[in-house]
Design a protein around this ligand. Structure first.
Ligand code: NI
Length: 168
């Protein structure tokens, strides 16, 4: 397995829109495996293919404390939503920034699994929030884009400064 490089905001490639996956090939299964490994290594709870510069509709999620409940969603679609929540969100592409974002509290999702079969699943709480956050990535959207322009530009300068500081 390979640990992939996670794009860091404000990298322009985070704004690419991912393409649907027409066939679940070995290549896709390998990408999902590498993404899961990358997510676990970075102590994240979710990762979208967009974040590793692979612009296909694939996300991996594990919100369990035991880190052994991996979910892989290919071509995910939200088919029903209910309620509202505002969890404090973070993102492996926007390290050190945590902000409350309004999302649906309950969702029903339809997606393809690694076996190529369609399935539907109900999610709520953190799991539902995480799915919505990762699906936004596939549309080229980063969570801080829900914030005011002022807040976004502050975050951008903070991250740019930090990225400059760590360069040799
Ligand atoms: Ni994210």
């Amino acid at each position: 397995m390979t640990i992939l490089k996670i794009l860091q905001y404000p990298d322009e490639r985070l704004h690419k829109v991912a393409a649907p996956i027409s066939v679940v090939t070995d290549e896709i299964r390998l990408l999902a495996q590498d993404m899961a490994e990358t997510m676990y290594t970075a102590n994240g709870i979710g990762l979208a293919a967009t974040q590793v510069d692979a612009h296909q509709r694939l996300i991996v999620i594990d919100v369990s404390d035991t880190r052994d409940q991996l979910h892989v969603f290919i071509n995910p679609e939200i088919i029903a939503v209910k309620g509202e929540s505002d969890y404090q969100e973070g993102c492996l592409s926007v390290p050190g920034i945590f902000e409350k974002i309004k999302r649906a509290e309950n969702i029903t999702i339809r997606a393809t699994g690694l076996d190529g079969n369609l399935f539907e699943l109900d999610a709520d709480g953190l799991f539902a929030v995480c799915i919505q956050h990762e699906m936004d990535h596939l549309m080229g959207r980063v969570f801080i884009e829900y914030l005011s322009q002022l807040k976004q530009s502050r975050i951008r300068s903070k991250l740019k400064k930090r990225q400059r500081d760590v360069k040799p």
